[in-house]
Write a protein that binds this ligand. Structure first.
Ligand SMILES: Nc1ncnc2c1ncn2[C@@H]1O[C@H](COP(=O)(O)OP(=O)(O)OP(=O)(O)O)[C@@H](O)[C@H]1O
Ligand SMILES: [Mg+2]
Length: 331
């Protein structure tokens, strides 16, 4: 059995970009991080989700050397954040939760400042800035004072500034908060391109489950100081119950007949529908239809509801009661 495991589960050959073991952080007697473990392969997007105050920004601050952890260990591109912060800083870019742009400068001046900080030559710095302004659709506003920018424009400039030094590992703390839907999509495209075209590693925090669903290879949910779940969006969705099929009938007689066939089901007389718990699999749908057919009850239509990340988030972070009573109602 050991041999089988060794040959089938080959270890990932990707280099680990970000790793953490047992990270802990408290403010006074408030425990913010209570032992966080992370392992993020190079060239992937990792999304950290969690309610307000869960410790997302704190995690980003520790990993990007802005603050020190109380315990545990973290490595960025193999460098220990506590022992070798300069090596870490040389490899990362950070876009904080609150825009770090200087309002008294123009967008161009902000970018040139970053280019100087990264010791780019004058020509190279100007080229890079022009390229980024264009990429972020800020060319027209390049010479305007940032104080006159909208929130979304500042956010884009903020990310552009992070990219000046071509970091291989980027931390984005709520990159699209406050952006309109179109700007959010532009930002998603930019983030995707960084990963697919340049193999950059992205660590992002977000309040938007759709954002994690769209961008992230892996998602972790932080709550009460611990990672309460980790996996792909699909894996997380499978973790929680709540999936069901809704079957609609032509009249109440058929609805009543169908309701008698399924033990665990919620009947809605008004819409003439029956809601039956289901994992959404083909086998399960077939079983539902076979049961109806077997009793000669004809259905009008059928819809499948699989849990989305919102359901996962609300269930895992305890902001909504888990539907644990469904099984009991069978008795
Ligand atoms: N410098 C500080 N001093 C004291 N408490 C702090 C400090 N920084 C953060 N905290 C506390 O640590 C907890 C986690 O804060 P953090 O900013 O990491 O949360 P977050 O998950 O980023 O929240 P949000 O979604 O609101 O951005 C909060 O209770 C916060 O009040
Ligand atoms: Mg935060």
């Amino acid at each position: 059995m050991n041999t089988a495991t060794a040959t089938t589960a080959a270890p990932s050959t990707r280099t680990v970009a970000i790793s953490a073991t047992g990270l802990r952080k408290s403010y006074g007697d408030k425990v913010v991080l209570d032992g966080i473990d992370l392992r993020i392969p190079e060239g992937t997007v990792f999304a950290l989700l969690g309610p307000n105050g869960a410790g997302k920004t704190t995690t980003v601050e520790i990993l990007s050397t802005l603050i020190a952890a109380d315990g545990g260990e973290a490595r960025i591109a193999g460098h220990d954040v506590a022992a070798d912060p300069d090596a870490v800083r040389g490899r990362i870019g950070v876009t904080g939760q609150f825009a770090a742009v200087d309002g008294l400068l123009t967008a161009e001046e902000n970018l040139i400042l970053m280019a100087d900080l990264h010791h780019l030559s004058r020509d190279e710095g100007r080229r890079r800035c022009a390229e980024l302004l264009e990429r972020f659709e800020l060319t027209e506003a390049a010479r305007k004072n940032v104080a006159t920018f909208s929130g979304g424009m500042r956010r884009k400039l903020d990310l552009a500034m992070t990219l000046v030094g071509r970091p291989r590992i980027i931390f984005l703390d709520e990159p699209t908060t406050g952006l309109d839907p179109r700007s959010r999509r532009v930002m998603w495209e930019l983030i995707r391109d960084l990963v697919t075209e340049q193999g950059v590693t992205i660590f992002l925090t977000t309040q938007y489950l759709e954002e994690a669903d769209q961008l992230a290879d892996r998602i972790a949910v932080l709550d009460h100081g611990k990672l309460v779940a980790e996996g792909t969006a699909e894996e997380l969705k499978r973790l929680i119950p709540g999936g069901h099929v809704r079957v609609r009938f032509a009249d109440e007689t058929r609805l009543a007949a169908a309701a008698g066939l399924f033990g665990i089901a919620t009947r809605d007389d008004e819409s003439l529908t029956l809601q039956i718990p289901s994992d959404g699999s083909v086998a399960n749908l077939r079983a539902v239809l076979d049961t109806l057919d077997g009793s000669g009850v004809q259905a009008e239509s059928l819809t499948v509801h699989t849990p989305d990340l919102d359901d996962v988030f609300l269930t895992l972070t305890g902001r909504q009661n888990t539907p644990t009573t469904q099984k009991e109602s069978n008795r």
